[in-house]
Structure formats: structure tokens, C-alpha cells
Design a binder for this molecule. Structure first.
Ligand SMILES: Cc1ncc(COP(=O)(O)O)c(C=O)c1O
Length: 398
């Protein structure tokens, strides 16, 4: 792999070149994620911490950060808030979704997809996924629509965006809200439209490990609709409108954004594209090297609608591959070993639709494995990971 002209690539990960030569492990996420920006972080901490106005939340830095993201996306509004989970809740609440309503979500994915719906008083209805993209299947989602359905909430998964053109058409045909869980997909673009701007509203997560992660918790609502932005903005700060303090127009929550983090994200924003490009090149290299492997299904190739938060393949014998990679010094991750309807927290919601089955979601839960794809991997580490996957597949081929 010859990608060392990229400045993001020239910095080796914490463990040095691949374990075969270096002896260290290749971590799934690097412990030195913010190392290059540590001095800036400390300076901002000091400056904001000792600033005259002692403004630590929802101040000038947050406003500038929201504005920078809004301009970058050409969105109507970006509302920074306390997490991606909270952003989902703000969006659903802004749309007036509540008791008696249903929202179609994927059966394979993270807990916030179901929990955010349940926190509004509505019921999540679980749909099966596409077996290759691992995102909510639009045809299956269509079959789940009833007179109670208020919204569709597909999620972009790992490195692949959901089929937003079809979800857009489906939402329009049934007069439903389209909520885009783009928490992991910041920077992805599908058919020329950024992730987050396909739905009536989308969300981002800035938790440490995400593509635009930061040293703490945070998220954002992104939208093409100014009124949705206005409502989300009020909801994130206890229903106040930002002008008249102490007047509560609606029942909101505390989902405010931190000033130090906003200033830090503003500092890191210009480097985001290069970091995402480095991830995309590593992913493309993996996919090329895994294309002919027995028992391994890489994610769909290409760049349109791809984001590479993590690189997730399907392996016939996932646990054996994982063991071999661990022995080769490569840390991996299994994100969702149990589908949402099988979780104790969400089984009662799933019981609203007796007889539902999610064969592709169950298969994904058994077979998916995520490999390190972060921008701090050096070329030798990338090659070592690819070699280790190939060695496993060729050794175990039947
Ligand atoms: C698809 C998806 N949606 C929502 C979230 C929630 O984001 P956060 O962790 O910032 O609450 C995450 C991240 O964990 C996620 O992966």
C-alpha cells in the first residue's frame, strides 16, 4: 500500500509497524487519537477556563462551530447537543412523535435507535436489514407501515449509508417523517448529498471514537428545515428560545454543548477531510485484498455513500477469524452480537408484532467483524491486518 504521501498516514500508530515486526498490538481505536492536538486542547482549556465571561456552555464557540458545520453542509441549521442519542431524541420530539405512534427502525444496530423512540412514548417497529449493506431494508420497512407509523428511521452502518433514495420515496409516498441516523456517517456523501441531509433531519455523534470524535460526549442535529432546527434548539435547553431566559415555551431537556469541545472541534474541522480520505484508502485496500477470499464478504466496494467509521466484513466463521487476528496482534470488535428485538430492554416493544423474524439481522449479528481502519494506522499495519485476514481465510478454506 503506497499512501504515505498523506500527512495523516505518516504518523505511525501507538504500536509501531505491524506486529509481525514490531511485536506490539494494533489497537482497534488508537490511544493517541488527539495527540497532535493536545497542546491546542490544553491552551483552549486554559483560555476558556480563565476567560472573563466564564462561559462554558452554548456560547460563542458553540455558535461558531454550528455555523461552520452548517456552511460546510449547506444545511438550514445545525444544533449542537450533548450526544448522538440525545440528537435522535430531540428530532423525534421536534416532530411531535409520542404515545400511540410507531417508528420503523433496523433490528440490527445500536440501542439508541430503539431507546430514543421509546423515550418519546412511541414504539419502535423492527425491520430486517439488507444482507450486504447491513442497513434497514426499504422493502421490508414498507411492509411494516401501518396507520400508526409516523416515521422511518434508517441508520447508516459501519461504513455504508442506508438506501436513502428509496427511503425518501417511501416516506413521501406514505407521508412519513424520515429521520436519518447518520451518527457514524459524518463526511459521507451519497448521490452528491451529504449524510444527514437526506432525511427531514439527521444526527451526528462526536463521541471520541467516531469519525469526527472529540475527547468527550457530544452530538448534533442537522436539518434542511429551519423550523425543525428552531424546535430542536429550544428542546435542547429546556424549551427556552435562546433570547428570553427563564421563559419555557415547551418541555425540553438539558442537551447543551460544551464550549471547550466546540472550540476544539473548530480547530480539528479543517483536517477532517484528510482523515476521512485516509480511512477510505485503507478500506479500499482491504476490500481489494479480500475480494477473492473464501468465507469472507467485504462491505460493498466504491466510495459513493461510504464513510468508513469502521470497516466491517462478514466471515463464515467469525469467531475463528477473530481468534486468528488476536493471535496476530490485531484487535477487532463485534458491535452487535445480539439484535435489538432480542434485547431484554426492547423485547416488549418487539412483542407488538408477534411472528416477526429478522433472518438477515440475525445472520449479521453472528458473522460481522470490524477491523481497525482509523487514520493513524500506518501502511505496514494495514498490510499486516490484510495479511492476517488472508492467511486465516486461505488456511481454513474448505
Ligand atoms: C448508529 C448510531 N446511532 C446513534 C449513536 C449514538 O451516539 P452517541 O454515542 O453520541 O449517543 C451511535 C453511537 O454510539 C451510533 O452508532
Amino acid at each position: 500500500m503506497t499512501t504515505t504521501s498523506d500527512p495523516a498516514a505518516s504518523t505511525a500508530g501507538a504500536t509501531g509497524p505491524g506486529t509481525a515486526a514490531g511485536g506490539g498490538r494494533i489497537p482497534f481505536f488508537p490511544p493517541d487519537l488527539f495527540q497532535d492536538d493536545r497542546d491546542t486542547l490544553l491552551r483552549l482549556l486554559y483560555e476558556i477556563g480563565t476567560g472573563q465571561d466564564q462561559k462554558f456552555i452554548l456560547g460563542e464557540h458553540t455558535r461558531r462551530f454550528e455555523d461552520a458545520l452548517r456552511r460546510r453542509l449547506d444545511a438550514a441549521d445545525v444544533v449542537a447537543c450533548s450526544s448522538g442519542t440525545s440528537a435522535l431524541h430531540l428530532v423525534l420530539t421536534a416532530f411531535g412523535i409520542g404515545p400511540g405512534d410507531e417508528v420503523v427502525v433496523p433490528a440490527f444496530g445500536c440501542a439508541p435507535l430503539a431507546a430514543a423512540v421509546l423515550h418519546t412514548g412511541a414504539v419502535p417497529v423492527f425491520g430486517d436489514i439488507d444482507p450486504l449493506t447491513l442497513t434497514l431494508d426499504p422493502a421490508g420497512a414498507q411492509d411494516l407501515i401501518t396507520p400508526r407509523t409516523r416515521a422511518l428511521m434508517p441508520a447508516h452502518m459501519f461504513s455504508v449509508m442506508a438506501d436513502m433514495p428509496r427511503f425518501t420515496a417511501l416516506a413521501a409516498a406514505h407521508d412519513l417523517r424520515l429521520v436519518e441516523d447518520s451518527a457514524v456517517a459524518q463526511g459521507a456523501v451519497l448521490d452528491g448529498r451529504p449524510a444527514g441531509l437526506w432525511g427531514d433531519a439527521g444526527v451526528y455523534s462526536f463521541v471520541q471514537v467516531k469519525s469526527f470524535g472529540m475527547p468527550g460526549e457530544g452530538g448534533a442535529v442537522v436539518t434542511r428545515d429551519a423550523e425543525t432546527g428552531r424546535r430542536a434548539r429550544m428542546l435542547r435547553n429546556h424549551g427556552q428560545d435562546g433570547t428570553h431566559r427563564g421563559l419555557h415555551h415547551t418541555i425540553g431537556v438539558n442537551s447543551r454543548f460544551d464550549e471547550i469541545q466546540a472550540a476544539f472541534q473548530l480547530h480539528r474541522l479543517p483536517g477532517l477531510t484528510a482523515r476521512l480520505e485516509r480511512r477510505a484508502r485503507i478500506a479500499a485496500h482491504y476490500t481489494e485484498r479480500f475480494a477473492d477470499l473464501p468465507g469472507i464478504t467485504p462491505p460493498p466496494p466504491g466510495t459513493d455513500g461510504r464513510c468508513y467509521y469502521v470497516y466491517t466484513l462478514l466471515a463464515d466463521d467469525r469467531d475463528a477469524l477473530r481468534e486468528d487476528l488476536t493471535a496476530a496482534g490485531v484487535d477487532t470488535h463485534v458491535y452487535y452480537p445480539r439484535i435489538l428485538p432480542d434485547q431484554a430492554a426492547f423485547a416488549p416493544a418487539a412483542a407488538h408484532r408477534p411472528g416477526a423474524a429478522w433472518p438477515h439481522a440475525r445472520r449479521a449479528a453472528r458473522h460481522h467483524l470490524s477491523l481497525p481502519v482509523h487514520h493513524r494506522l500506518d501502511d505496514a499495519q494495514v498490510e499486516h491486518i490484510a495479511d492476517a485476514v488472508r492467511a486465516h481465510a486461505l488456511r481454513t478454506r474448505r
